[in-house]
Design a protein around this ligand. Structure first.
Ligand code: CA
Length: 234
C-alpha cells in the first residue's frame, strides 16, 4: 500500500470526479484507493493505513461531515481535505470545526488540489517528526500501533477483531476518563447502530479476555452504574 509519496483514500461518489482524481494522483506517484459510499469509506479507513484522506461532503451512506467526526474521535493526525460544493459555506465551517485540515471547492483545478495535498502532507511531517510515534498508543505495558494495528501486552502480541481494536483504541485515547456506555457506543459503533448498550458490555468482555491476561493486572475497570475506565491497577 505504501509508496514513495504516500497513500490517499479518495471518497467521492461522483464517478467522473473520482476517476480523474485517481488518474491524476497516481500519475503524481501516490497510491490511491477510491470508495464511493460513506459507510464503505469508514470501513476502508478503519482497515487501511492512510497518509491523507480526500473526502467529498455529499455522500450516500454517511455524509462526509459525519465520517470526519468519527475519524477525528480517535485520530487527530491523518490529514483530511474536504471536497465541498461551492454554495455550501456551512459544510466548510463545520468541516473545519471538526478538524478537517483544508477544503477545496468543486469544480477545482487539479493543480490547486495537488498543491493543497502537498501542503497537508508537509504539515503532517512537521507535526509528527517521528512518523510512527503519532500512531503508537501506550498505556502501562500495553501498546497499540494504529498503523500496523499491532497490539502488544507485556511483550505478547494480541489478536483483536476490528471492532475490538476500535474499542481498545477509544479506551486508550481516553485513558483515566470514565466513559459511559452511551459514549462508547456512539464513538465505536456510531449513530447507525440500532440495538442496546449491552453490546458494549459484551465487547468489553471480549477485549478484557484478551488484554487482561490472568497473570497481569487488569487495565479495563468497570465503574458501576456508569461504564468503564482504562487505568492502572494501582
Ligand atoms: Ca458527492
Amino acid at each position: 500500500m505504501s509508496t514513495k509519496k504516500g497513500s490517499i483514500l479518495v471518497v467521492e461518489d461522483e464517478e467522473k470526479i473520482a476517476r480523474v482524481l485517481e488518474l491524476e494522483l497516481e500519475y503524481e506517484g501516490y497510491s490511491v484507493t477510491k470508495v464511493i459510499d460513506g459507510l464503505e469509506a469508514l470501513r476502508a479507513y478503519r482497515t487501511g493505513s492512510w497518509d491523507l484522506i480526500l473526502l467529498d461532503v455529499m455522500l450516500p451512506g454517511l455524509s462526509g461531515i459525519e465520517l470526519l467526526r468519527r475519524i477525528r474521535k480517535n485520530d487527530l493526525h491523518t490529514p483530511v481535505i474536504l471536497l465541498t460544493a461551492k454554495s455550501s459555506v456551512e459544510d466548510k465551517v463545520s468541516g473545519l470545526d471538526l478538524g478537517a485540515n483544508d477544503y477545496i471547492t468543486k469544480p477545482f483545478q487539479i493543480e490547486e488540489l495537488l498543491a493543497r495535498i502537498r501542503a497537508a502532507l508537509r504539515m503532517k511531517k512537521v507535526e509528527q517528526p517521528q512518523n510512527e510515534n503519532g500512531d503508537l498508543l501506550r498505556f502501562a505495558d500495553l501498546s497499540i500501533d494504529q498503523k500496523s494495528r499491532e497490539v502488544i501486552r507485556a511483550g505478547e502480541p494480541i489478536e483483536l477483531t476490528p471492532r475490538e481494536f476500535d474499542l481498545l483504541v477509544y479506551l486508550m485515547v481516553h485513558k483515566r476518563q470514565v466513559l459511559s456506555r452511551d459514549q462508547i457506543l456512539d464513538a465505536v459503533w456510531g449513530y447507525d447502530f440500532f440495538g442496546d448498550t449491552n453490546v458494549v458490555d459484551v465487547y468489553i468482555r471480549y477485549v478484557r479476555k484478551k488484554i487482561d491476561l490472568p497473570h497481569l493486572p487488569s487495565l479495563i475497570h468497570t465503574v458501576r452504574g456508569i461504564g468503564y475506565v482504562m487505568k492502572d491497577a494501582k
